[in-house]
Design a protein around this ligand. Structure first.
Ligand code: GDP
Ligand code: IMO
Ligand code: MG
Length: 518
């Protein structure tokens, strides 16, 4: 029997027989679809693995030698470092140096030296005040908060656009860095006057912010402490820092390059459910730009989705959410993740109350944030949102977590929406009450009035984690897959994941999905 690496070569051989290529693994939903698992698998093929956008808001899980590992900044291909694979954190990312240093230290303690890790000199640095403002503005927003990860991502990207950004390269030039920092902190201290000093000090005491080391204990920031610490971070990271844009541009056509997506298309600042998004462009174009490769094209763009259900962390529209608003409020309540493990310890995935059913699916699927531990909101697969993602995104589909719904009697799929609001002017069109919408318009105000229309299917009881061939999947599941891929015309199902481990993977042949198997 072929191992996963041999199956990969066999399955992708037709695409990669001619020359060195670029592949991308990008999420088409709200993140957490299993990018880490597939980047780890495809790292067998790649020579270079690139994290292109975002920062330590991401949490990518892989199972390495039977052990679960979660990466926030370093690409999930890093466990292949010992085999000479090069991992790159590219110029489109935002880097909190402490996270990067902690990740490399942890990896080294596990025997992964990170000797082929490259960090872009042009990536932007997350400063303590970015984390502070992220948390202060979320607290101030109350019920209208975005539900960010609190890692300073938005303020860091905003400073870059506002031409106040500090780059990784600045950490290597002490005088330049001090000058930029001093100027920025003057600005920051003026802004901080509009916040309560106590709330500032409470946030600054956070362990992620070096337990108060950066605070002047008077509701402001200690420039000297920040400068010293960040310049020390720069000295530690110096061996990794280089011009990765140039390195990657020169590698095209010479090496196999794998781009690792972060977050998901529906969280893209350009294409997602704005403003309930992250602050980077999570599309394939965004990945290419983040890697410095915007003038090239991706040969094999993989789009990854959770099969048959979806998840979302933080606030924002989610029309097919199990339990609707009740679920959104519950999942946004601090401590809910721990509480529900006790209160709903034995809840059933077939529970007739959809809110409780959502909790049960979350528990079976371990849908708790890999970065923040927050419960992920659960909902049925939403085809209008998928069609929106597929308009411009990868159409080679990887479907993960199919094993999670084993035992569910009825599986619902949202095939379209019925609009239930007042006239909505959409550019040169007007959408009216009662209109049927097959491709989502991702304005939260509009989605709020979209009532999902569901198709209902019988589920299956067989344990599918051991299945390695499409033909061996339960017929009811195959019927559902066939329905989905007829509905979203442009997409092709290439890979199915039936468990977190790399071996728990099915490579789908073209004839299998559309064959006469009813
Ligand atoms: P990412 O952010 O896209 O890399 O995904 P996360 O790591 O945040 O979340 C995906 C979770 O699902 C991780 O705990 C994975 O180990 C797990 N996972 C991935 N694929 C499968 C699968 O097919 N079945 C199950 N049960 N778990 C999976
Ligand atoms: P991976 O790469 C899921 C969400 C946050 C919040 C919004 C903005 O593991 O899929 P931010 O801190 O980025 O300003 O938060 O984006 N978010 C994610 N949700 N997976 C992620 O990453 C996410 N990164 C950010 O929950 O709703
Ligand atoms: Mg994740």
């Amino acid at each position: 029997m072929k191992n996963v690496s041999e199956k990969l070569n066999y399955s992708l051989g037709q695409y990669f027989s001619a020359g060195k290529r670029i592949m991308a693994v990008n999420c088409l939903q709200f993140g957490d679809t299993g990018k880490g698992k597939f980047v780890d698998i495809f790292a067998n093929w790649a020579d270079i693995i690139v994290r292109c956008t975002g920062g330590d808001n991401a949490g990518h899980t892989i199972i390495f030698n039977g052990e679960e590992m979660i990466f926030h900044l370093i690409p999930s291909g890093i466990v292949h470092d010992v085999n000479g694979k090069i991992n790159v954190i590219a110029s489109g990312t935002v880097i909190y140096p402490k996270t990067l240093i902690d990740e490399t230290t942890l990896l080294q303690s596990k025997g992964i030296p990170c000797k082929n890790l490259k960090v872009s000199k042009d990536a932007k640095v997350i400063m303590p005040y970015h984390i502070l403002f992220d948390r202060l503005s979320e607290a101030r927003a109350g019920s209208t908060k975005i539900g960010t990860t609190g890692k300073g991502i938005g303020p860091c990207y905003a400073d870059f656009i506002a031409r106040r950004g500090i780059s990784v390269n600045d950490l290597l030039n002490p005088d330049l860095f001090r000058r930029k920092l001093t100027k920025n902190i003057e600005y920051v201290n003026r802004l901080l006057q509009t916040y309560h000093p106590e709330s500032i000090d409470t946030i600054m005491l956070h362990e992620h912010l070096e337990n108060g080391e950066f605070s002047n204990k008077e509701g402001g920031l200690n420039i000297k402490a920040i400068a010293e610490k960040y310049l020390a971070y720069g000295r530690i990271l110096q061996p990794y820092i280089t011009n990765t844009d140039e390195f990657l541009q020169d590698s095209v056509d010479r090496y196999n390059i794998l781009l690792e997506g972060a977050q998901g298309y529906l969280l893209s600042v350009d294409y997602g459910t704005y403003p309930y998004v992250t602050s980077s462009d999570c599309s394939i174009q965004g990945l290419m730009k983040g890697a410095g490769l915007e003038m090239f094209s991706v040969d094999l763009p993989f789009g990854i989705i959770k099969g048959l259900y979806m998840s979302r962390v933080g606030s924002g529209p989610f029309p097919s959410e199990n339990g609707g608003e009740e679920s959104e409020i519950w999942c946004g309540t601090p401590g809910a993740g721990a509480d529900e493990k006790i209160i709903y310890a034995n809840c059933d995935i077939n529970h007739e109350n959809e809110f409780i059913q959502g909790i049960a699916i979350r528990r079976v699927g371990h849908e708790y944030g890999a970065t923040t531990g927050r419960p992920r909101r659960i909902g049925w697969l939403d085809l209008p949102l998928l069609r929106h993602s597929l308009r411009s995104e990868a159409n080679q589909i990887i479907m993960t977590k199919l094993d999670v719904l084993t035992g569910l009697k009825k599986i619902k799929i949202c095939s379209c929406y019925q609009y239930t609001g007042e006239d909505y002017v959409y550019g040169d069109k007007v959408i009216k009450f009662g209109d049927i919408i097959s491709t989502a318009i991702v304005d939260p105000y509009f989605l709020y009035y979209c009532k999902p229309i569901y198709e209902e299917f019988d589920g299956w009881d067989e344990d599918i984690r051991g299945v390695r061939k499409y033909a061996d999947l339960p017929q009811n599941l195959k019927n559902i897959l066939k329905f989905i891929f007829i509905e979203v015309e442009s997409a092709e199902l290439r890979i199915i994941s039936v468990g977190p481990g790399p071996e728990e993977t099915i490579f789908v042949g073209e004839e299998e999905l559309y064959g006469d198997e009813d």
